[in-house]
Each structure stands twice: as C-alpha cells, then as structure tokens.
Design a protein around this ligand. Structure first.
Ligand SMILES: Cc1cc2nc3c(=O)[nH]c(=O)nc-3n(C[C@H](O)[C@H](O)[C@H](O)COP(=O)(O)OP(=O)(O)OC[C@H]3O[C@@H](n4cnc5c(N)ncnc54)[C@H](O)[C@@H]3O)c2cc1C
Length: 386
C-alpha cells in the first residue's frame, strides 16, 4: 500500500493556494503547500498594497455567493489577527466602494443590476450628486451615475496572505517554499509531484499556480498579460484623497476602459490603474523574471489624471509590474479536469481574484473533501472549453 506524503498538496501559494491551504487545514485535512518562490514574492499576481472586494458582481450570478463567503472569511481572519497580534495593520477594511459609469454600462449599470438581483444594498447618485459628494472625481458626464455599495471594501494582499498562511499552519498545514514543481505525474490513487531534486506523493493535488498553471496542466486556455500597479502622490497634502473621501472605485470611461483606484490608506500614496477588459493587454511570459518598468506602463493612465482625478502628480511615485491571468470567457477555472479525482485546478483569477480567494479556498476544500458546496461551481468547470 502506498504511504502518501500528504493527503492533499497545494501547488502555488499566492492568494488562491494560500486560501485553499487555510480552508483545507481548518477542516482537519493533512495538507502541504508548495511554492517555487518565497511567500509574498512580487513575481505573480498577489502583491501590491490593496485589492477591492465587491459583492455586487455583474459578471456571473454565481460569483455573488463566492464574494459573500469571502467577505465573511476576511472579517473572521481580520478578527483572529487582531486577537493574536493587535496592531494597526488591518487586512480588510469595509469602507464601501463606488461604481461610476452609464446606467446601461458594465460598471455602474452592471453593479446596479447585480445588486438588485442579489439583494445587495446600494445607493445611487446622479452625476451632479456624485460631484458634490466625491469632488475628486471630475469630468463625469451628466448621463453617468454613481452606485455606492457599503458592503464593498479593500483587502491588503500582503498581510492577508501572511494571515491565511499563519492560520493554515496553526491548523496543522505544512508549507514548503522555494520548491518548484516541475511535473505532476498521475499514479494509481494519487499523484507524484516532482521537484528538480526530489518528489512527493499525495492523494490529491490542487494546482493554484496562477500564470504558470498551463505549464503544469497543458491545454488550459489561460492567457497572461502584463498589468502594472501604479501609485500617485497628492500635489498638496491632505487634499481629499484619503480612503474615506476618495473610496475604492471603478469608473467606466467613454472609450470603454475602466479607471480604478483605492484612496490613500495610512498616509500611503493613491493607488490607480487602467483596465482595458478581458482579452486585452500585453502578453506576458511568467518565466521572464524581468519586471522593469517602462513609461508605457503608466503614461496612458497619467495622461487621464488632470481631467478625471486632478490633484495628483502626473508622474507616479511608484510602479510595480504584475500579471493578470484569465480564461477566454473571463470567468475563473475551478474544478476537476476530466473528472479526475486526483486533481483540482484553480486558476484564471483575472482582476477580481484576490478578494474572492477565501471563497475559492472554501470551494476547493468542498471539492477535495467531496462535500456538496453551497456555492455554485459548475459554470467554472475547466472542462467547459473542451
Ligand atoms: C494590477 C492588478 C490589480 C488587481 N486588482 C484586484 C482587485 O482590486 N480585487 C481583486 O480581487 N483582485 C485584483 N487583482 C487580481 C488578483 O490579485 C489576482 O487574481 C490574484 O492575486 C491571483 O492569485 P493566484 O493565487 O491565482 O496567482 P499568484 O498570486 O500568481 O500565485 C501563483 C503562485 O504559484 C506559484 N507557482 C507557480 N508555478 C509553480 C510551480 N511550478 N511550483 C510551485 N509553485 C508555483 C507562484 O510562485 C505563485 O506564488 C488584481 C491584479 C492585478 C495584477
């Protein structure tokens, strides 16, 4: 009889793998997590100061239960952290979030539709009310609206990742870093995971390798693009860019692009970004470890600032290159490929995947422990592309 090194192995300890490890260990599963780099590195997608969480997700109705469960778990984790090491660094701030755009558009319109369908409380603003309440947003056309979602908030990736892994370890999970899985070999009743120098066996493996996922499971139609994170400094101190006056937002522009951002927290700079949409962006090879920044990474965004959010320097204080990995339909990929009972794949986290990580981790724990999930998952199946 084979003696397994672990009941379940999780490959990749970015947001999704860390969440899977935490949720599995908290159910008493014998689980090991492996990452090719050190935890919290900046070569994947799970770094960079702030990530928005919204419940009123318009992309698919199935994402709302995932977001709700994620929010509960972030709050639980933040409370546990405060109890164990009280301090100023909160991993989740429930400060609300704003969607701005045409009423029939994908951002404000989509948020409003999702909120109505799923009973998420929101408040709407006309463009002029929006200008009055949030004066840092300028140039909002008269036909646009603002949708305020009080249950939205901001997750801070670095402390959030640390807290998920700490909670996983407290519950008995093992973590191995600087350990690159080079091959997943199916064996009877389980898998053998190869590293350059050794191997380990597990009954099941969760592949949560972000942009590197297709290298471990060829055939998955995932694309990875370059996505910079950009921070801007106020021209004058205390000029209304704090998180309360300038809360987390997504704003649909006339050309369809989305300007997004998070107000300054704890005296930090303002985080802003520009997003074209699924299927767009500069393709990126995750094996390329060069993350040097060029003006191309921030110049389009900087050009917009004087008209859309004046009051910030137009040269960023800081830029970090990150990546976004997505499936052709923009939805996550989560499930057992070809109904293989040894493998769960979790990828295509896109631009909304961090905030939903705990719900994803919970869904992975449901899948691997054969527990019926209260969250709908069929629409995320990796087999939907075949
Ligand atoms: C600019 C930007 C803004 C974003 N804004 C938001 C937002 O506001 N809200 C939100 O919810 N989300 C947001 N996201 C998306 C979110 O950050 C990602 O969806 C999420 O972090 C993806 O996590 P992951 O665990 O899938 O991937 P990753 O974080 O990339 O983790 C994958 C891990 O797998 C490891 N790995 C890879 N290959 C191997 C191997 N062979 N062996 C062992 N380990 C391996 C890697 O080292 C890495 O640590 C944003 C993303 C970007 C880039």
């Amino acid at each position: 009889m084979t003696r397994w090194d672990a009941e379940t192995a999780v490959v990749g300890l970015g947001a999704w793998g860390a969440a899977a490890l935490w949720r599995l260990a908290s159910r008493g599963v014998d689980v090991v997590g492996l990452d090719r780099y050190t935890v919290g590195h900046a070569l994947g997608s799970s770094h960079g100061g702030s990530r928005m969480l919204r419940l009123a997700r318009p992309d698919h109705p199935g994402l709302v239960p995932l977001a709700r469960r994620s929010r509960e778990l972030w709050e639980q984790l933040a409370d546990e952290g405060r109890d164990m090491a009280p301090g100023p660094e909160s991993l989740f701030t429930a400060g609300g979030g704003l969607a701005i755009g045409p009423e029939d558009g994908r951002v404000a319109g989509g948020t409003l539709r999702a909120a109505r369908e799923h009973g998420v409380p929101v408040r709407t603003f006309t463009a002029s009310a929006l200008r009055f309440r949030y004066p840092r947003h300028t140039g909002v056309p008269r036909r646009h609206i603002g949708v305020w979602e009080p249950s939205a908030g901001v997750v801070r990736p670095e402390p959030a990742l640390r807290a998920m892994l700490a909670a996983a370890k407290r519950a008995g999970a093992r973590v191995t870093t600087d350990s690159r899985i080079t091959r997943v070999e199916p064996i009877p009743g389980g898998v053998r995971l190869h590293t350059p120098h050794s191997s380990l066996t597990a009954r099941q493996v969760v592949l949560a390798a972000g942009a590197w996922l297709p290298a471990l499971l060829p055939g998955l139609p995932l694309q990875t693009v370059r996505m910079p994170l950009t921070w801007f400094r106020e021209l004058e101190a205390d000029s209304g860019f704090d998180a309360e006056s300038f809360p987390s937002f997504r704003r649909e522009l006339d050309d369809g692009r989305i300007l997004w951002g998070n107000g300054a927290q704890d005296g930090q700079d303002v985080s802003l970004g520009l997003y074209d949409g699924v299927g767009e962006g500069k393709p990126f090879d995750p094996e390329d470890t060069d993350r040097s920044v060029t003006a191309e990474d921030w110049s389009d965004l900087a050009r917009l600032l004087p008209a859309k959010v004046p009051g910030l320097e137009t040269v960023p204080a800081r830029v970090a290159v990150s990546t976004r990995t997505y499936a052709p339909d923009g939805l996550y990929v989560l499930g057992r490929p070809d109904a293989d009972r040894r493998v769960v794949v979790a990828g295509g986290a896109g631009v909304h995947g961090f905030a939903q990580a705990p719900g994803i981790g919970e869904a992975i724990a449901d899948l691997t422990t054969n527990t019926p999930s209260p969250m709908p998952l069929a629409h995320l199946s990796p087999d939907r592309f075949s």
